[in-house]
Design a protein around this ligand. Structure first.
Ligand SMILES: [Zn+2]
Ligand SMILES: [Zn+2]
Length: 330
């Protein structure tokens, strides 16, 4: 099979011809049709996440078809089924976290496209228990961004409870999907972009945001919750200052620059700062039930597998008009 391979952080991906993987016990062999690019892929490539598998095939928003079932993978998938493979690739099922419905925090969790091979390739293998059936409403390219931007965005959103006035800092892929759910659930949406990014602010208002402005501005009303999707630590104290009493700031990314210090008064009155790590299978089940009802729309830009470096460069430079999705062709 053809695959785009990372030999070492901070290097370009290289196109390689590799042997097709073989499904182990409990695994599916999947012929990949699409794999969306996530900001986490950039963090892995840049060496900002410790101890990746090397060499590594990145990519954790994978859509494909089941080609073969490994032994004991007779669960919910049949040969030919469409399947979605997310970031959470395996957990031990027995640590204190797994036993308390927090498999996202499993001590021995394995992650697709980070500690196990992912989807920048024509084939992959995946533990069937962590794979999803995908709503029919979406074609393969449309469905791919739902697998991380959607799922982990949804987990971030759920952490905001029933907040009526919801702020979103950074209006990228995850924010775009989650904003649609927030509006569907009748939240008042306040969108913060880079100062002066009028085009994005207008897009947010067109989608239905009550207000959109720069992240250095305060919203017209205090917020009950804010989600930070941008990987900029300086946004944390800014978001905190925008909160009403008892409000929560949710950091939705896997990596963030350092958070500057701030006065305790900004945290007092039971304001909360938290982060979101990974996803649980339950997040996936809930999100894939909800997404087609909204219906959540994805915006994508497709690239051939061998153009992965171009897709990553354009993502890094902020030059994409939607989520980059690699397609494997025939
Ligand atoms: Zn565990
Ligand atoms: Zn991701």
């Amino acid at each position: 099979m053809r695959a785009m391979v990372l030999d070492k952080p901070k290097r370009r991906l290289e196109l390689r011809e590799l042997p097709d993987p073989r499904p182990g016990s409990g695994q599916l062999l999947v012929s990949i049709s699409a794999c969306a690019v996530c900001r986490t892929d950039l963090h892995v490539l840049d060496g900002e996440l410790s101890d990746p598998k090397l060499p590594l095939i990145p990519g954790h928003q994978i859509v494909g078809r089941v080609e073969e079932l490994g032994e004991e993978a007779n669960s919910k998938f049949h040969i030919g089924d469409r399947v979605g493979i997310p970031w959470l690739g395996w957990t031990d099922g027995e640590c204190a976290y797994c036993r308390s419905h927090r498999e996202n925090l499993c001590d021995r969790a394995r992650f697709t496209g980070y500690t196990i091979n992912g989807g920048y390739a024509e084939y992959t293998v995946a533990d069937a228990r962590y794979c999803f059936h995908l709503p029919d409403r979406y074609n393969d390219v449309e469905a791919a961004p739902l697998l991380c931007a959607g799922l982990i965005g949804y987990r971030s959103y759920r952490k905001t409870g029933d907040a009526r006035r919801l702020g979103i800092y950074g209006f990228g892929n995850a924010a775009y999907l989650i904003a649609q759910i927030a509006l569907y659930e009748k939240r008042d949406l306040f969108v913060f972009t880079r100062s002066g990014d009028i085009a994005t602010q207008q897009a947010a208002k067109k989608l239905g945001a009550a207000w959109a402005g720069g992240s250095d501005e305060l919203p017209p009303e205090k917020l009950d919750a804010a989600i930070i999707f941008a990987s900029v630590g300086a946004l944390v104290p800014m978001a905190l200052r925008a909160l009403a009493k008892g409000g929560i700031v949710v950091c939705g990314g896997i990596h963030m620059t350092d958070i500057p210090s701030f006065p305790y008064a900004d945290l007092w009155e039971e304001r909360v700062i938290t982060s979101v790590a990974n996803l649980t299978r339950r997040d996936g089940a809930e999100f894939f039930e909800l997404a087609p009802r909204v219906p959540v729309q994805t915006k994508t830009e497709t690239f051939a597998l061998e153009q992965a470096n171009t897709a990553l460069d354009r993502f890094r430079a902020g030059e994409l008009s939607g989520t980059a999705v690699l397609t494997m062709g025939e």
